[in-house]
Design a protein around this ligand. Sequence first.
Ligand SMILES: Nc1nc2c(ncn2[C@@H]2O[C@H](COP(=O)(O)OP(=O)(O)OP(=O)(O)O)[C@@H](O)[C@H]2O)c(=O)[nH]1
Ligand SMILES: [Mg+2]
Length: 346
Amino acid sequence: MANVAIIGSEKSGRTSLAGKLGKKGTESDITLYNFVKGDRIYAFVDSNGYPSSFKTLIQAINISDIALVCIPSSGLNAQVGECIVALDLLGNKRGIFVITMSDKSNPAAISDLSEKIKTIAKGTNLEKWETIAISNTTFEGLDALKEKIFALGEEARTANAAKINLPTRVIVDSFFNVTGIGCVVLGVVTQGTIKEHDKLTLYPTERPAEIRSIQSNDVDMKSAPAGTRVGLALKGVQSKEFDRGYLLSQKEEVASKFNLKCHLTKFTQGLGVGDAVHLFAGLQDMPATITAMTIGGKDATQAPPGSDCNVVLTAQNAIAYGKNDRLLIVQLNNPKQRLVAGCDVV
Ligand SMILES: Nc1nc2c(ncn2[C@@H]2O[C@H](COP(=O)(O)OP(=O)(O)OP(=O)(O)O)[C@@H](O)[C@H]2O)c(=O)[nH]1
Ligand SMILES: [Mg+2]
């Protein structure tokens, strides 16, 4: 199974493309489209709330193995830039640049745009990504795009197979009550292998929860390995206790005060002590304040764009995370550049 985020510019044909790649499933501000190819299952995640809702971008990326960055053939814009910066700050991701609406352009202009994409991706984690032009109306390029997605899907499958013996972790994106069944949650097994009757803990609330049953793509399963998108019926917890991004896991860290090693993007206006920001961890986000800063071991009050610094950040409420998770500092109300920094917990 591989999960594929469809992100990029608004009105670039993202939803139309999702509909070409899979069958519509769970719908909200991120909508899932499923595709079964033999024993391979693909879940495409349309972050339809983006760009007005920034968090749907990060959520789509963080529940996916692969990202498709959609760029209309009319050209690059700030949203494409924001998607590239987000993917770069979050670390190594597999993905493809998709030039959409090729029917509205011509080969010379498309080849020009491909070069421009190469230029802005240079020096980022995305510099080796391929670019492909497609049209949802003439179907040009769609088969070639699918082949590329399937090739990356096989790589993701191998990467996930290496994680099946790690401690169990499920990242929850949807939750509801089903009459006669009780609490049902949807999410992705990102580590380990979950089994029916596993006793896990819900984080950050640290409440015990037991897996009553597991489904994937409407099929009952006794167990599900890393990489699987699952629906779980749970015992011991209620759906109203959940929030998007909660983790069902063996062990997570929970904190509201963080020491973070940050790398600022060169596009932000900078970061300073006292700044009100949002901290993103997985699918969770929380208002937070920068309470202290050091640069190269010395106390500082302001870090310039493109620089590295360490900060103490205090969040409004507790967040669940793992020591190896990549966190983001974001200024949601900044009209120019919402992303500020990618962070490791120290
Ligand atoms: N000519 C042409 N039009 C397209 C193509 N793909 C989508 N469209 C049209 O472009 C418009 C936007 O398409 P959507 O699929 O809704 O794009 P989107 O990125 O999901 O848009 P938002 O979610 O509203 O930001 C619709 O009117 C589509 O019919 C294409 O390949 N060629
Ligand atoms: Mg859409």
